[in-house]
Write a protein that binds this ligand. Sequence first.
Ligand SMILES: N[C@@H](CCC(=O)N[C@@H](CS)C(=O)NCC(=O)O)C(=O)O
Length: 200
Amino acid sequence: MYTLIGNPKNRSFRVLWALEELGQPYSLEPAHPQSDGMRAANPSGKAPALRVDGETVIDSVAICQFLADRHGALTHPAGSVARAQQDSFLHFALDDFDGSAWTLAKHSFVFPEEHRNKDAVRSGVQWDVTRAYAAFDARMGDGPWLTGDTFTVADVVTVHCAQWLSRACSVPQPASLTALVDRASAREGYQRADAIRQAA
Ligand SMILES: N[C@@H](CCC(=O)N[C@@H](CS)C(=O)NCC(=O)O)C(=O)O
């Protein structure tokens, strides 16, 4: 039994979605970033965290990959070339999508007001997102998923980042990315996780 600590409206959603895809039992312990509950699970106060076997694992991607490895789904086997491609897409999403969305978010509501400068960072972020979308478009194959027929943790994280980035940044997304988002959000696991997010 897993306990997910966090808020489904933030990166905790990735773990929620992975748990729903895997069909594993879990409980959700709601905690906002920097709340006492979140700091008790993660010294940095950041969400999400997962309680498992008396231990706490932090970082949404580490948690998703752990769950995938443990249950032998949502992942290619370690040591395979397909796994290297999966990890490569995952790190691309973190560097090029998550990084930009997070920069804008930090300047909107994370940094203390005196350190926020959204107008100054916006044009650089838009330039970076434009080239990230071009790189994604050049790399996305025939699908349906990032590494072919297997839906993986890389799809979960990429789709979550793409949805977040589309709200945070006005640069239009390539059709290859919006099609991936549409296919992924039609999955039953996504629909169940999204219903929990909407109700939170
Ligand atoms: N790499 C971490 C990032 C965690 C993170 O930054 N979470 C955000 C919510 S989406 C947070 O709690 N931010 C609060 C803060 O930065 O103070 C992960 O993926 O779990």
